[in-house]
Structures are given as C-alpha cells and as structure tokens.
Design a protein around this ligand. Structure first.
Ligand code: OAD
Ligand code: ZN
Length: 268
C-alpha cells in the first residue's frame, strides 16, 4: 500500500486500542465526492469573495449587484451537491463507529454526506445545507438532498429575475408560523452550532483524527489543540501542509478517501 504504509499501520495500531476516538472533518473529506473545497486552488473562496457572499447581508447585496455571476456559481455548486455521493472516506468513518472505535464525528461540512454514509453521532458545527431554519421562530426542518436540489433547479430556471423578492418566493415556509425558512448553515459572523457539545467531544476523546481541513476557521480549528491539551493522540490525514504539525503524532499525507479505508482494513 504505497509509501505511507508505516503511517497507516501506526494509525491503525492507535485506533485499534481505543473506544473513544473522535474525527474532526473539513471539506477535504468531501473533495473526492466532487464537492469543491474552499481554499485549495480553484476552491469556492477563489471564485466568490467570502466577505461579499459569505455573510447573509453580503450575499443579499451581491445578489442585487451581480445576480448573474453569483447564480452561475450557485448553479454549479447545486449540480455538484446533486451528483455527490458519499465516498470511501465517509464510509470508513461510519465503519469505525460501527466497530466501536469512533464515538463522534465533528464536521465543518454542510453537505449531509457523513449522515448518508451511516454515521450516527455527528456534530455539524457549520450546520447543514439541507436543514431549513425558520427566520421567525427558529423551528428546523430537514429536507431530502436530491429532491430539494431538483426543486431548486427547476424553480430557479423559471424565475423572472434573481432579485431578492423573486428568490424569497422559493423559500420554504415554516409549518409552525408560516414565515420563510433559510438553509441552516453558519455564515461568517454567525455563531457556530453545537459548540459546547463539540468541545466536550474534543476534550473527551483519546484519539482525534484531523481530516481534510486547513484549520484556519475558528472556533472549530481550536478542537484538535484542545484534544491534544487533554492528552489525545492526533492523527492528521491531509495531502497538503496544515497548521497542526506541532501537535501531530501520526501524519498521513494522503487523500482521506484512500487512507481511511486502508486504516480500517488494517484494523479488521
Ligand atoms: P479548506 O478549503 O480551507 O481546506 C481544505 C483542506 O482539505 C486543505 O487542507 C486540503 O489540503 C485538504 N484536502 C483537499 N483534498 C483532500 C482530500 N481528498 N483528502 C484529504 N484532505 C484534502 O476547507 P475547510 O478546512 O473545511 O466555513 O474550511 C473550513 C471552513 O471554511 C468551512 O467549513 C467553511 C469555510 O469558510 C463555513 O462555511 C462557515
Ligand atoms: Zn416559524
């Protein structure tokens, strides 16, 4: 198995001995599902300015200023989210949970793929694109990924323009109060979700898998450091440089979709 066999084995040995591992995931885990990461070359933040489109206020004014550009990128993202299927990395994390090794997956991803892979205990710090939240009463409602995307693609094509007024007509309505709902994701400047639970999971684990994240968005990126302070072993899987070097016990510079199944195979 390639040149990192030693690292894969070292990770397998550490994981085989624990029942209290946690995974901390970033967009790299879904890259092999065809979903673009944010900061790799050609990533989402190279194509849209996060300060313009990464906040809810910014998104509204960018839409008003240049709706065609933003909607063009939005359509491409919708296509990617529609075609995506969970990859061997997501499935290996679900396997590790079933094997009684992995307690929690803490993810920054909003794509729902870790749920679809069958993991039971997932903390989605940046929310979920396919869960709607009511703007008035806060009630939440989970929708199915593929039917929702089909509906959006069809209705967006039939809109007369992409003004805020027109787009709002597509928003689902809250069953409880009738107000409009928006995707329950965390934009810049908004509070992350489930922070106490995420920190608890980071502090309680004795091994943390740090997977496919550039580790630049806080407070999420603090979790591996918190886990290390509490004595956890840190296993990092990321083909590129990352800011966790000084706390890393085992570093596997590979794609998660390749390395994670290889680790599971070694443990079995
Ligand atoms: P980034 O785009 O910042 O980082 C992606 C990381 O994945 C990089 O370190 C890559 O080297 C690595 N990577 C790429 N392909 C990989 C693969 N196949 N296997 C393993 N690793 C791979 O994405 P995040 O760290 O997820 O926030 O970004 C964190 C947050 O920034 C996101 O949750 C999002 C964004 O702004 C919100 O939406 C609130
Ligand atoms: Zn409501």
């Amino acid at each position: 198995m390639g040149s990192y066999d030693r690292e894969i084995s070292a990770a397998a040995v550490i994981l085989a001995e624990t029942k209290k591992a946690a995974a901390f995931c970033g967009s790299g885990v879904s890259a092999e599902s065809g979903i673009s990461t944010f900061r790799d070359p050609g990533g989402i933040w190279e194509r849209i300015n996060p300060m313009e489109a990464g906040t809810s206020g910014g998104l509204i004014s960018s839409l008003a200023k240049n709706p065609e550009k933003l909607m063009g990128i939005f359509f491409e993202l919708l296509e990617a989210f529609e075609k995506a299927e969970c990859n061997p990395g997501h499935l290996a994390l679900a396997d590790l949970e079933k094997m009684g090794i992995l307690e929690t997956v803490i993810t920054q991803n909003v794509d729902n793929l870790q749920n679809e892979a069958g993991s039971g205990n997932i903390i989605e710090m940046h929310g979920n694109l396919f869960r709607m939240a009511c703007l008035s009463c806060g009630r939440k409602k989970k929708l199915d990924r593929k039917p929702l995307i089909l509906y959006l693609k069809q209705t967006l094509r039939n809109l007369k323009d992409y003004s805020l007024e027109s787009l709002v007509t597509l928003a689902p309505r809250c069953d409880a109060c009738g107000s409009i709902m928006r995707p329950d994701i965390v934009m810049f400047g908004e509070a992350v979700q489930d922070l106490p639970r995420a920190f608890e999971a980071g502090q309680d684990c004795d091994v943390m898998l740090v997977l496919g994240t550039s580790g630049v968005v806080y407070p999420a990126a603090e979790l591996p450091f918190e886990a290390k302070r509490k004595g956890a072993d840190i296993i990092v899987i990321n083909p590129n440089e990352n800011p966790f070097e000084e706390i890393t016990d085992v570093y596997i510079p590979m794609k998660t979709g390749v390395a994670l199944p290889a680790i599971v195979d070694k443990i079995k």
